[in-house]
Design a protein around this ligand. Structure first.
Ligand code: BGC
Length: 749
């Protein structure tokens, strides 16, 4: 009887395994082509197979013309479709039709805290990609914002894995519903730009699983992402593009990824390890997965079955994403009104009101005769700049233009630049020359002119922040200090007119300690896309209530943030020329390691990234994660859970009554954090586990229900190499930011 029980048990487990396995396989739209692919591979020569495994033009990999398999067309990504380039070069084609919509960049999208908005974003950008005949969008960019100075913080979504996951899922579904594949980038742990081409990330399995991988895992498992880009860096001693653990074990075997892995541009370092450990396509060119691969197969160093497997994974995507014939692509201008409207909607939901003392906003223009707009950021475009992908956009409304369009002749607007934007010298850096820095003193002449403009104005709109030259791919910021003497400038402005509203134009956190003293109101308006200026004017004038919430912590000072506090960043030693810049300059062989300690990034802050660090260590930030005000106030009452005790497969349902207690309709983002009450396992003080957007009319109350599947409360058990649940009591904390918890409830798990 015992034996029978054991057998039945085994059979049951086996069936359950098969069911889960097949359920996973069936969920991918890519799974249905296997028989067709068998037929195609059987007809292909080795040369044709290898031709599919590398770039044939700068943004295209090879097809099989003889069998009617089209080349595969990639497009940067992630915040607008990049312009067309000539053949194998980086030179623009100079077409008149490849003008795309510039969408708000990653951190702006994340500030909407909305998976639905991310869906629309993906849908809109993919619509433009398809108009241009592209198959795979090189986006979304979903690395965690580990350091406030990260060069690509503006492209990435959030410091929090849960928020990043909800957005990466929305974006992926939106783009792929439009028939275009996404490419989740950069897999994985590309959290710094300095020496991204050399650095080896040393991280614990727990931090990797709980903080850095979830946005990728969610987009693969929940949204069936069809593409992934291998990052430039190493993880645990192995380049990402030849990293068995990341590409084969985790992505393919554990998560059931069916699609293709493309290298970052110039990020391949070997032939046999890259191919056997999971890489499908080397981009651009075929230095490693071209002739060298042919030789490796011919000499027996690589088995042809592995080549077949890599071709199969590409063909799944190739057969699913319908190719667009060259004569049907780029027939109309890429940027179309529907996408422009979506760009506006996203931009207007992204703006974060950090502070509004004395209810200075919205501006009551009926009382104003003259508005002073100070700061070159009011007049700066951010679709392009710095290294890497930019958008040749059809148009971009600057803040100044937005105000003029919305205000017409109602009020006089005087503009004074106040400072000169930082820009990098053109051409290759001169050996030994000092690095250009944006942290220069104010220019007395410009300050004087700005004071003059501000003096008799009814209100001063001060535009501070960074730009795309300062926040750029390939290098991190030296500091979060405001550039170009902006701190000095605001002090000088306050001497002549203290009625200041500061608008921060940036993609990442900046040091607001000086600005905070002199501005009763502060807004964060991001690199907010083609319609950013209109969205900002509408928020300033009260036509739209601010709806955005911070997707990251703004620290008081850089040394408060975890990697800096622990001395894990910046690493000491030489900063090498960037891997991508070398590629563009034809020096891609310069992949040698940097001197000193530069090659290793220790993530010893473990899971204490972003607000997890600040709340656990009790460090006050300037503005906490999740923070954002609006033109009304919200009251929270009656927190309730549906049960007291929950099993491992159950869902905790928490309901909170939220009331709009002010006079304007607005959106609230109700956030639910989990705090562990007792236990043996270490957890951060607070972790975001659910949130909900709700738009309420003045006086309206709504019961908002937030759900946390108990399985989302598991931690990565390094000994078991699996997720594990620690049973015990938890506190559920509902609030308007991680620093503004309004109600708590207890539950047992
Ligand atoms: C970036 C990628 C980008 C690629 C192609 C690389 O330098 O890291 O994000 O997609 O270039 O432009």
């Amino acid at each position: 009887m015992k034996t029978l029980n054991k057998l039945t048990c085994l059979l049951f487990v086996g069936m359950a395994f098969l069911l889960t396995y097949s359920a996973q396989a069936q969920t991918s739209a890519l799974a249905k082509y296997e028989t067709q692919i068998d037929g195609i591979i059987a007809k292909m020569t080795l040369e044709e197979k290898v031709n599919m495994l590398h770039g044939v033009r700068i943004f295209s990999s090879g097809g099989v013309p003889r069998l009617g398999i089209a080349d595969f067309e990639f497009a940067d990504g992630p915040f607008g479709i990049r312009e067309e380039l000539i053949g194998n070069s980086w030179a623009p084609m100079g077409l008149g039709n490849d003008l795309a919509t510039f969408f708000p960049t990653g951190s702006a999208l994340a500030a909407t805290w909305s998976s639905d908005v991310a869906y629309k974003y993906g849908l809109a950008i993919a619509t433009e990609g398809r108009l241009r005949g592209k198959d795979m969008l090189l986006g979304p960019a979903i690395n965690i914002q580990r350091i406030p100075t990260g060069g690509r913080t503006y492209e990435y979504l959030s410091e929090d894995p849960f928020l990043s996951s909800r957005l990466s899922v929305g974006y992926t579904k939106g783009a792929q519903d439009q028939g275009m594949a996404v490419c989740l980038k950069h897999f994985a742990l590309n959290n710094q730009e300095n020496n991204r081409g050399q650095v080896d990330v040393i991280i614990s399995p727990r931090a990797m699983r709980e903080i850095y991988l979830p946005p990728f895992e969610a987009a693969v498992k929940e949204a069936d992402a069809w593409g992934v880009m291998a990052a430039y860096n190493k993880v645990g001693g192995y380049w990402c593009s030849e990293n068995y653990l990341l590409q084969e074990k985790i992505l393919r075997q554990e998560w059931g990824f069916k699609g293709l892995i493309v290298s970052d541009w110039g990020g391949v370092h070997s032939t046999v390890p890259a191919l056997t450990n999971g890489l499908n396509i080397e981009m651009p060119g075929g230095a490693f997965l071209g002739n060298r691969l042919l030789d490796s197969v011919r000499t027996g160093a690589v088995k042809e079955e592995i080549v077949n497997q890599r071709v199969r994974e590409i063909l799944r995507v190739r057969l699913h994403v319908k190719p667009i014939p060259a004569n049907e692509a780029t027939q109309v201008i890429t940027s179309q009104p529907r996408q422009q409207q979506i760009a506006y909607d996203i931009a207007s939901k992204a703006i974060v009101l950090l502070k509004n003392d004395k209810a200075q906003l919205p501006l009551d223009i009926t009382k104003y005769k003259k508005i002073a707009v100070i700061g070159e950021n009011a007049n700066q475009k951010n679709a392009t700049g710095g290294v890497g992908a930019g958008v040749k956009t059809l148009y971009e409304i600057t803040p100044l233009q937005g105000l003029k369009d919305r205000l017409g002749t109602q009020v006089e607007i005087v503009y004074s630049p106040g400072y000169v934007e930082f820009s990098r010298p053109q051409g290759r850096p001169v050996q030994g020359a000092p690095r250009p820095t944006p942290y220069t003193p104010a220019d007395p002449k410009l300050v004087e002119a700005a004071q003059k403009a501000a003096k008799d104005a009814d209100i001063v709109l001060f535009f501070a922040g960074t730009n795309r030259e300062i926040e750029t791919e390939g290098s991190d910021r030296e500091s979060i200090q405001l550039p170009s003497g902006q701190d000095e400038l605001i002090k000088a402005l306050a001497e002549v007119n203290p009625n200041i509203v500061t608008v921060i134009v940036s993609g990442g956190p900046v040091d607001l300690s000086v600005v905070n003293q002199y501005s009763p109101a502060i807004l964060m308006s991001w690199f907010n896309g083609s319609e950013g200026g209109h969205a900002l004017a509408d928020v300033l004038l009260g036509k739209a209530a601010p709806a955005g919430r911070l997707p990251f912590t703004i620290p008081v000072k850089l040394s408060d943030s975890p990697a800096y506090a622990l001395g894990n960043y910046p690493q000491t030693g030489e900063v090498k020329a960037d891997i991508f810049v070398n590629l563009v300059n034809g020096k891609e062989t310069e992949k040698a390691p940097a001197a000193g300690n530069r090659n290793i990034a220790y993530y010893s802050e473990e899971t204490l990234v972003g607000y997890r660090w600040f709340t656990t260590k009790n460090i006050q930030p300037a503005f906490p994660f999740g923070h954002g005000l609006t033109y009304t106030t919200f009251d929270y009452a009656n927190i309730k859970t549906d049960k007291v005790k929950y099993g491992a497969d159950e869902i905790i349902k928490v309901s909170v009554d939220v009331t709009n207690s002010g006079k304007v309709e607005a959106n609230e983002v109700v956030q639910l954090y989990v705090h562990r009450l007792k236990g043996k396992i270490f957890f951060p003080e607070k972790e975001l586990k659910a949130f909900a957007n709700v738009t309420l009319k003045p006086g309206e109350t709504r019961a908002v229900t937030l759900e946390i599947p108990v399985k989302n409360l598991r931690y990565w058990d390094e000994k078991k190499y699996d997720w594990a649940l620690e049973h015990g009591s938890i506190e559920l904390q509902a609030g308007a930011s991680v620093g503004d918890i309004r109600l708590t409830a207890k539950a047992e798990i």
